[in-house]
Design a protein around this ligand. Structure first.
Ligand SMILES: Cc1cc2nc3c(=O)[nH]c(=O)nc-3n(C[C@H](O)[C@H](O)[C@H](O)COP(=O)(O)OP(=O)(O)OC[C@H]3O[C@@H](n4cnc5c(N)ncnc54)[C@H](O)[C@@H]3O)c2cc1C
Ligand code: FES
Length: 340
């Protein structure tokens, strides 16, 4: 008997039923069908995409993940971003229209064009695809490399374009499988697959508020994309501010990099904050953790801004706690991706 190339996935307590390609994740298949369900990291780390498997068989890419507790597993709960249906399934999932994709995610082959070293361990890579690069400022892709098991999430640092140009700022991870491949000076013509776009933490083009962008480490990429995106909008209040948390001075991206953002004045609008400056660095800028520094900067009009955040989960969570719980900023004005 010929095996089916799709599986039927039905949503419990609804009339909704979709077909998902064999081999695709449940989350990927649902979003490709234009349906919104909660998610964030797409990597098994945050737990946002948890669902209950009511009927059928799924295979999970990872056995132990931060996003799923042992008690969840006992209740037959799984994470949609790492579950791959192996048969027709019934799933119990909370639908949420705010996650309905504005651009349907799809797979695009792309080839390495060039790279630029932003710091000793943060490089910006340009990949070119044959088709257009369609995404919203601040969104991310899942990238698959030949010979590396599983995709990795990386945010685009440019904006959508018809030429098929994709820029990613990638931080070297010690022992990281993708890092090991990419951080070689001699790398040429690497072919990858880009599955994009993902994330609801994109530039809110309908908002007229001034933007405050807060990034830690490689969280800079989506903020740069958002800053480029703001320059294409006429009604947004000008002068977005970018706070950038770095561990030491050699992790700070030079302000000249930001000259490519039209109208952006790095001297006034780019504020690097170094948590562990060495005495020999003679660092004259802001010091401390970026979330603590931010507390000293925001004045009474704290609710007048749109906040965009990306980077290490502890940094993002600390900023969220401060803004929402201590300062009363409406959650709708915070847009974040935690890099698990
Ligand atoms: C939404 C989102 C957006 C992101 N955007 C960016 C971005 O723009 N730029 C960026 O640089 N990063 C980004 N990240 C983070 C990035 O996806 C991860 O750091 C990714 O894991 C790096 O891939 P890698 O192959 O280099 O490392 P991995 O191979 O995934 O390794 C990650 C860690 O796991 C350890 N490890 C790996 N294999 C094993 C093993 N078998 N046993 C034990 N430990 C192991 C490694 O030593 C390393 O510490 C993002 C993450 C998310 C969720
Ligand atoms: S665990 Fe699935 S989206 Fe984060």
């Amino acid at each position: 008997m010929k095996s089916s190339s799709t599986h039927q996935v039905s949503f419990a307590n609804t009339d909704l039923s979709i077909k998902i390609d064999c081999g695709d994740t449940l989350l990927g298949g649902i979003l490709r069908a234009g349906i919104g369900v909660p998610y964030e990291c797409n990597a098994g780390g945050c737990g946002s995409c948890k669902y209950k498997l009511v009927q059928g068989i799924v295979a999970d890419d990872l056995e132990d993940t931060a996003g799923l507790r042992v008690s969840d597993k006992r209740k037959n709960k799984h994470l949609a971003c790492i579950s791959r249906p192996q048969s027709d399934c019934v799933v119990d999932f909370k639908l949420d229209p705010q996650y309905t994709p504005k651009n349907i995610p799809g797979n695009t082959p792309a080839t390495l064009h060039s790279f630029e070293k932003l710091t000793h361990d943060l490089w910006e890579f340009r990949f070119d695809s044959v088709g257009p690069a369609h995404f919203l400022p601040g969104q991310y892709a899942k990238i698959s490399l030949p010979d590396v098991h599983g995709p990795r999430s990386y945010s685009m640092s440019n904006v959508a374009n018809d030429e098929g140009k994709w820029l990613f700022q990638i931080k070297k991870v010690v022992g990281g499988a993708v890092s090991e491949v990419l951080f070689k000076d001699s790398l040429k013509n690497l072919n990858i697959t880009i599955d994009a776009p993902y994330s609801i933490a994109h530039l809110k083009s309908e908002s007229q508020r001034q933007a405050i962008c807060i990034a830690g480490g490689s969280g800079l990429a989506p903020m740069v994309s958002i800053l480029h995106g703001i320059t294409q909008l006429e009604h947004v209040k000008p002068d977005p501010i970018l706070y950038y948390g770095a561990r030491n001075c050699r992790d700070v991206v030079d302000k000249s990099y930001f000259n490519t953002i039209s109208g952006f004045r790095p001297d006034d609008q780019y504020i690097p904050v170094v948590s562990e400056p060495a005495q020999s660095d003679n660092w004259a800028g802001a010091t401390g953790m970026v979330h603590d520094f931010l507390k000293t900067q925001l004045e009474d009009a704290v609710c007048d801004y749109e906040y965009y955040l990306a980077g290490p989960p502890p940094m993002v969570d600390a900023v969220r706690r401060h803004l929402v719980l201590e300062r009363g900023v409406p959650v709708e004005q915070l847009h974040y991706d935690r890099f698990f």
